[in-house]
Design a protein around this ligand. Structure first.
Ligand code: FES
Length: 101
């Protein structure tokens, strides 16, 4: 028996645009990193079955703020959108359809 890969899975792309959210200062958030959550841009636990090896990014904003959270999952400044969704590799990638299976 050979383990084929020990690398964590690549995220799928649930949205090619960021999500505008009103963050509450001091509150704990879990930003979905795997793309499988149905509660985008936040984690719903889907990584436990669909993307083992990935885990959500937990963050606590210092104060109330309007933020654009990355929906493509390829930002270099997670959880915030940094414009990476405008790059060709995201534009040409398939959009992930959320399914129940
Ligand atoms: S939505 Fe991912 S970088 Fe903008």
């Amino acid at each position: 028996w050979v383990q084929l890969s020990t690398l964590p899975p690549e995220p799928v792309i649930p949205s090619k645009k960021p999500f505008k959210v009103e963050l509450v200062g001091g509150k704990r958030y879990s930003w979905c990193t795997c793309g499988h959550s149905k509660k985008q841009p936040f984690c719903d636990g889907a990584h436990k079955t669909k993307a083992q090896g990935l885990s959500p990014l937990r963050f606590v904003p210092e104060k109330d703020a309007t933020a654009w959270l990355c929906g493509c999952k390829y930002t270099n400044n997670p959880p915030y959108c940094d414009g990476t969704h405008k790059q060709d590799f995201v534009i040409s990638a398939p959009l992930h359809e959320q399914t129940d299976s």
